[in-house]
Design a binder for this molecule. Structure first.
Ligand code: GLU
Length: 489
């Protein structure tokens, strides 16, 4: 019988939902969708002090924004809930009892100080040490400690004679001597399960077929396998995803990648572009196909094609992809609705002004569109909205000289006379003017752009001028010339 594919992501709401978590979510989702399986969201919130409702919200919002819909979990429900670990305490208790009954787990009455002292003792002697306090205390001593208010933790009795082995779909065979693993805690003294324990119980009860998660968890897997074996449960398949590093081969910095997914949204990355980018962060379809929509990635995605080598986070590639999606993968209407909040938050125009001048603002946005790496880059269009923008000093130095000043001044007379102030006419008149003067058009275009927009880079000058309007263009040019002649520029 073919196994039902059921995968999950199990984020802890203790920190931001960052790019690594999003990639894990995506790979699980892709795998589920490729196989017509189920994608489950489970919130691992057993650490009450570090978990927060806000962070749960961030997880849900991030997944929703990315379009990674889950089939079971918060907001959705499902047959195998609750999907918050904090609501499953009784279940873990029940499973812990089974292990206690079968003498596969025992209560540990050591204090943290005692454990630390022991660890130091062996460390000083350069001897290997794994915590196992199976026979350490007599029943009387245990009772004494209990009476003194101590709450013991439950530890798993590691079958030290065993060698644990599993075949990771990405990394191949992984082996570990159980004797190298301490008798790890499964229920903490506060009654809450530890990650490894809760994870195994839930992955079993939620019928998870494949555990796909970050490679930082690969060291936990032997512990989890021992637990499956202790319960005599079927063991799922494991696929551990490669680490994501920066271009410098170092851990992702805050600026690059180690950001919350919502920051990408707020900067104006398109979810589809980010999905495309994340898909390639450790996986490739083979060949040189790079730009793929969701359907295509789903179609091509297999765990076997995940590369165990570190994935390199390339910011330039992400920007390039995002620009490509902005230009080619959304229609004009979607583009204009997506950019609206960014125009408003630029502060150059109020919502009201936006509404009043929608057609004009839309034209500005469309003109800027090919140059936007992220939607927030619309902030570079300041000179369309206000005369109060900054001039780039270097550009002024380059293009503010006697010759350019005299040419542009003369050209202003032409512009004043122009019948219709539109891109076509502006261009036409500029070309004629340059021809008459026997100069190259760029000798006029460059200074003109700098005087009118403050910068050498920007969209087509003639369209830009049309949108800024005749009066403002001429005023800006004359202002700059005046500043120059009065020696203030
Ligand atoms: N709560 C763990 C994490 O956020 C889940 C690990 C797993 O997928 O097993 O890293």
């Amino acid at each position: 019988m073919k196994q039902d594919i059921r995968v999950r992501i199990a984020p802890s709401p203790t920190g931001f939902f960052h790019i690594g978590s999003a990639r894990t979510a995506l790979y699980n989702w892709l795998f589920a969708r490729h196989h017509n399986g189920k994608f489950i969201l489970r919130i691992e919130d057993t650490d009450a002090t570090r978990s927060s409702k806000e962070m749960v919200e961030v997880i849900l919002t991030s997944l929703n924004w990315l379009g990674l819909d889950w089939d079971e979990g918060p907001q959705k429900g499902g047959e195998y809930g609750p999907y918050f670990q904090s609501e499953r305490k009784e279940i873990y208790r029940e499973y812990a009892e089974k292990l206690i009954k079968e003498e596969k787990a025992y209560w540990c009455f050591c204090t943290e100080e005692e454990i630390e002292k022991e660890r130091q003792y062996y460390l000083n002697k350069k001897m290997d040490w794994k915590h196992r306090c199976r026979e350490k205390f007599t029943e009387t001593e245990k009772q004494k400690r209990m009476n003194a208010g101590m709450k013991p933790a439950l530890r798993f009795k590691v079958p030290v004679e065993k060698r644990i082995s599993f075949s990771d779909i990405v990394h191949g065979v992984v082996e570990k001597n159980a004797s190298d693993i301490e008798d790890f805690v499964i229920i903490k003294s506060d009654g809450m399960p530890t990650y490894n324990f809760a994870c195994v119980v839930d992955d079993f009860l939620m019928k998870i077929s494949h555990v796909i998660r970050g490679v930082e968890h690969i060291a936990n897997t032997p512990k989890q396998i021992m637990l499956y074996e202790a319960f005599n449960l079927p063991i799922p398949f494991f696929a551990h995803l490669p680490v994501i590093l920066g271009k410098d081969k170092k851990k992702l910095s805050k600026r690059l990648g180690a950001r919350s997914v919502l920051e990408y949204r707020d900067e104006g990355y398109l979810p589809d572009a980010l999905i495309n980018f994340l898909a390639l962060l450790g996986w490739s379809p083979g060949g040189d196909e790079e730009i793929m929509d969701r359907e295509r990635i789903i179609e091509l995605f297999t765990l076997e094609r995940i590369n165990p080598a570190n994935a390199i986070y390339d910011e330039t590639k992400l920007e390039w992809l995002n620009n490509h999606y902005i230009i080619n993968r959304i229609d004009e209407k979607t583009f204009l609705t997506s950019i609206e909040p960014f125009v408003i938050s630029s502060g150059y125009i109020t919502e009201e002004e936006y509404k009043k001048n929608r057609e004009w603002v839309d034209r500005v946005c469309l003109l800027m569109r090919p140059r936007l790496k992220v939607l927030k880059d619309i902030s570079r269009a300041k000179y369309f909205f206000t005369d109060d923008f900054e001039y780039d000093e270097n550009s002024l130095k380059k293009y503010l000289n006697d010759k350019s000043v005299s040419l542009t001044r003369e050209f202003m007379v032409v512009l004043k006379e122009l019948k219709d102030f539109n891109a076509h006419n502006i261009e036409d008149s500029l070309r004629k003017f340059c021809e008459q003067k026997a100069i190259k058009t760029r000798e006029l275009i460059h200074p003109l752009r700098v005087y009118i927009t403050g910068t050498e880079a920007g969209p087509g000058l003639f369209e830009t001028m049309e949108l800024i309007g005749r009066a403002r263009c001429i005023k800006r040019v004359l202002n700059i010339i005046e500043r120059y002649e009065h020696g203030t520029s």
